[in-house]
Design a binder for this molecule. Structure first.
Ligand code: PEP
Ligand code: MG
Length: 325
């Protein structure tokens, strides 16, 4: 299989009826950057910057952060990287940072909430990203946004740092795009406010599905009980895709869903065209993309999604579709 997938490296992921799908990696450490060459993926859809913090024994200094980001950009070459701001807390433990015991860490003091309360940490990271990008393109993704106003706070914070660059003796980035992660359900109900403020959005299915189903992603007793691609979840995801299309903003799926064949098929069926996943999933997902007739798939699934009385699960409908074609 490996050799088979390796041979697909230079084949662009285009569906049978001609739609180009973007396939991207989830990454976070330099070790997996060279995999881009092996898979021929379009870039890094999600660079989890907290990984550097999780494997370190003390807080990485600005210099170490700049080094990581610059090296990642160098290794990616002309392929784009989306750097996600620190997503610490919840299931992501940073041993040298004092944390309080929380009853529900996934819904606790984590990620953007922590960053807004600890602006020094955020400032260091934003400066490191800006210094690494100096004169080149920079894409920053804001995790765990709960309300549009929070996103605007971070955006203003970043733009203020950009303004300071010349005084600090650094070049401004050539282009700067700032995007929001959609992983807290509340945002689904103000996409019309959020989208005009963002340059792109990225769906974190791991968190979004756990919050939509109120089932802890880290608790094996419940995590598998609710199918991530059952009708209500797919309808929620479709709402995001449709809103992004209306405001003409790119939307990427960056949670684990995108790396599994039937799940990825479900995402294509609701109009997603940008999928980010672990590097080892690129081959199998590309093969699926090459074999799919997107027009037919969308027609069958929109019928299923709209007609509430259809028997069977989305998974059955998709599996049956895959077998038939
Ligand atoms: C997600 O929540 O789907 C996501 C991509 O972020 P993480 O898994 O790092 O929380
Ligand atoms: Mg998440």
């Amino acid at each position: 299989r490996r050799a088979h997938y390796a041979a697909l490296k230079d084949t662009p992921p285009i569906t049978r009826d001609g739609t180009r799908i973007a396939l991207l990696h989830n990454s976070g450490l330099l070790a997996d950057m060279p995999m881009l060459e092996e898979t021929g993926a379009d870039g890094i859809g999600l660079f989890r910057t907290e990984l550097q913090f999780m494997i370190a024994s003390k807080m990485p200094r600005v210099k170490e952060q700049v080094e990581l980001y610059s090296e990642a950009m160098r290794l990616a070459g002309s392929r784009p990287i989306v750097f996600r701001l620190l997503d610490i807390g919840g299931d992501k433990v940073v041993p040298y940072m004092r944390s309080m015991a929380e009853e529900n860490p996934a819904m606790g003091w984590r990620s953007l909430r922590l960053a807004l309360d600890r602006p020094a940490l955020l400032r260091t990271q934003v400066r490191a990203l800006l210094q690494a990008a100096a004169g080149g393109p920079l894409r920053i993704l804001v995790p765990m946004v709960t309300e549009t106003v929070e996103f605007l706070k971070v955006k203003r914070f970043i733009l203020r740092e950009v303004e300071r660059l010349p005084r600090l003796g650094f070049e401004r980035p050539e282009t700067l795009e700032i995007g929001a992660m959609i992983e807290v359900p509340s945002l689904l109900f103000e996409l019309d406010h959020l989208l005009p403020q963002t340059d792109f959005i990225s769906i974190g299915s791991n968190d979004l599905i756990q919050f939509l189903t109120a089932a802890d992603r880290a608790n094996p007793r419940v995590a598998g009980n609710y199918d991530a691609i059952a009708r209500p979840r797919l309808r929620a995801l479709k709402r995001i895709v449709d809103a992004a299309a209306k405001f003409d903003k790119p939307v990427t799926m960056c949670g684990e869903l995108a790396g599994r064949a039937v799940e990825a098929l479900a995402l294509l069926s609701i109009g997603m065209t940008r999928l980010s996943m672990g590097a080892s999933s690129i081959g199998p997902i590309k093969e699926m993309v090459l074999g799919v007739d997107l027009g037919r798939l969308r027609a069958e699934m929109s019928d299923y999604l709209e007609n509430g009385d259809t028997d069977g699960s989305a998974r059955e409908v998709l599996t049956e579709f895959a077998e038939r074609h």
